[in-house]
Design a protein around this ligand. Structure first.
Ligand SMILES: NC(=O)C1=CN([C@@H]2O[C@H](COP(=O)(O)OP(=O)(O)OC[C@H]3O[C@@H](n4cnc5c(N)ncnc54)[C@H](O)[C@@H]3O)[C@@H](O)[C@H]2O)C=CC1
Ligand SMILES: O=C(O)CCC(=O)C(=O)O
Length: 525
């Protein structure tokens, strides 16, 4: 039966032609109301949406045939990804389609604000010739602060560096290596960045932590005469507070391309001559629109045909032959990634994934993606699929390698990961494919981890377990399973303990004080 695709975005024809040429039936429903979309969606296998199209759980409930949702651009914050995942619907985007256009628009806004181009042009159209009123400033030698050093932020850094700007930034998830490569001095806190910047540009997603990230306190902490640009997402700047600071002359100019509610024809900034407002023009280039259209057509087709979707923002289903080989290990790998990341306490610089025994000939990519997903997704570094894992990892400064060995020792198969100095290996047990940790930090153990575990490493001596048991007992934490691994050559032992009940920081401190521990980690899976 012909597969049906509904498009609510004014896509460039090229992508639509490619879908129809490949035998899909494509229907356009541009800018539908919620009711129109809900009553139309049932027969469609795929939906390609505009950022203004809200895809929530009630629409998904009506979308009984839907397999994939495509967004011909970067942002997917209009889509309830969790609800889509629960229903097995892939969500994908075209993350590289418009980032160059967005970065170039940012540069255009920076230059336009620094040189008063919109006001000067408007005065010329009014038949005036005024020069002194539009005295500007150079970008050269000025400090540009970039908030968010992902794809767009990185491209802006490269372009601003060519203008001779001094670059500083804030992005808790950007690796020091990436910042160094971009020539950006990275700060953990916002305060020193706000205090130094002559120009500030944001390239952040709209999340709970970035909505309203810039309000009265942040504007007050900026230099007098600062210039601000937001070509990312509406809502990151508090517009009312921003208007107050523009009115007071503290902010010399502001340029905004993205608004909380679009279309936007009125805002607290509309009255100011030194507020440059553009109607979400960042992605509006022929090149970006063509790329967005052809790329999303390609990804949607891959999803409809059961292939890997390179840009799935929720994990795309594995093709059956790949799933048979490695599918049961996906959960174990996600768990190991999370465990290693919690033990390390930071993003690893290197990650090795080794497949052993019966897995030796399998494709390691989906398992690498699962390790990264488990280890990094809680840091909001983005979702990983088999097709994008390596490139997303490298964007965040993680060098990844994969290997395979025929000998899995006493197990039929196993997966071992090494994240910097942290090693974890797992195998699967029984018909339920229960993951069991068989090695941790070089200690041989065999345990199915529970939701909460404590891992102790200490110099081996009698009586340690008794002390631990007493302290946990006093804290009403119940030990449900435990495994001890030893390294006799180092006189060291590692205890992996599954616990029930709350183990607070205070209890962890008591444990640390009671025994001469090398390490104690609380792991939550
Ligand atoms: N107006 C437009 O046409 C376009 C807008 N965008 C928007 O620009 C933003 C950036 O896009 P990309 O660079 O492609 O995304 P990205 O995901 O590659 O980069 C976002 C960066 O923000 C960082 N980040 C997240 N939360 C943060 C926080 N609280 N503080 C500091 N940094 C934080 C992340 O670590 C990441 O490095 C997105 O919101 C996207 O929607 C992107 C492309 C086009
Ligand atoms: O294509 C559009 O209209 C919006 C693009 C955008 O903001 C994005 O891709 O994040």
């Amino acid at each position: 039966m012909t597969k049906k695709i509904l498009v609510t975005e004014d896509l460039v024809q090229e992508g639509i032609d490619s879908l129809t040429e490949h035998g899909y039936e494509v229907d356009m429903l541009i800018d539908p109301t919620v009711e129109e979309l809900a009553s139309a969606i049932a027969p469609y296998d795929a939906l390609i949406v505009h950022p203004n199209t809200v895809v929530d759980s009630s629409l998904l409930d009506a979308a009984e045939n839907l397999k994939i949702i495509g967004r011909a651009g970067v942002t997917v914050d209009n889509i309830d990804i969790e609800a889509a995942s629960e229903r097995g619907v892939i969500v994908c985007n075209a993350p590289n389609s418009n980032v160059i256009s967005a970065a170039e628009h940012t540069m255009a806004l920076l230059l336009a604000a620094a040189r008063h181009i919109p006001e000067a042009s408007a005065s010329m159209h009014e038949g005036q010739w005024r020069r002194a009123d539009f005295m500007g400033s150079e970008l050269f030698g000025k400090t540009l602060a970039i908030f968010g050093l992902g794809r767009v932020g990185g491209l802006v850094a490269e372009r601003a560096a060519a203008f001779g700007m001094n670059l500083i930034g804030h992005d808790p998830y950007c690796s020091p290596e990436r910042a160094l490569h971009l020539g950006v001095t990275l700060y953990d806190d916002m305060a020193p960045v706000l205090a130094q910047a002559d120009f500030i540009t944001v390239h952040l997603p709209r999340t709970v932590s970035t909505l309203g990230m810039f309000g009265a306190d942040e504007f007050a902490a900026m230099k007098d005469g600062v210039v601000l640009v937001n070509a990312a997402r509406g809502g990151i700047f508090n517009m009312d507070a921003l208007a107050d600071f523009v009115a007071a002359g503290k902010i010399a100019a502001v340029a905004v391309d993205s608004f909380e509610a679009e279309p936007c024809t009125d805002s607290p900034l509309h009255e100011f001559e030194n507020a440059i407002l553009t109607p979400h023009l960042s992605p509006m280039t022929h090149e970006a629109q063509r790329r967005a259209s052809t790329q999303i057509a390609e990804y949607v087709e891959a999803g409809l045909e059961g292939g890997m979707v390179a840009t799935a923002v929720n994990l795309s289903p594995l093709p059956p032959e790949v799933f048979d080989a490695i599918g049961p290990y996906v959960h174990a790998c996600k768990m190991m990634g999370s465990m290693a990341s919690q033990i390390l306490g930071h993003t690893p610089k290197s990650l090795k994934v080794e497949l052993a025994g019966g897995l030796a000939d399998a494709d390691p990519a989906p398992l690498l993606a699962a390790v990264l997903d488990g280890g990094l997704s809680y840091r909001r570094l983005g979702a990983f699929s088999a097709a994008n894992a390596e490139s997303v990892a490298s964007q965040h400064g993680i060098s990844v390698t994969t290997a395979s060995v025929r000998d899995a020792g006493e197990y039929a198969s196993s997966v071992r990961i090494v994240a910097d100095e942290v090693e974890v290996a797992a195998t699967l047990f029984g018909t339920e494919h229960t993951p069991r940790i068989i090695s941790l930090m070089g200690y041989k153990i065999d345990i199915a981890p529970a939701t909460t575990s404590l891992v102790f490493e200490y110099v081996d001596a009698p009586g340690r377990i008794g002390v631990i048991g007493t302290i946990l007992g006093d804290a009403a934490a119940n030990i449900t399973t435990m495994q001890i691994g030893t390294k006799p050559e180092e006189s060291c032992a590692l205890v992996y303990m599954n616990v029930e009940g709350d183990v607070s920081e205070a209890v962890l401190d008591r444990l640390r004080g009671a025994i001469d521990l090398r390490n104690l980690w609380k792991i939550t899976l």
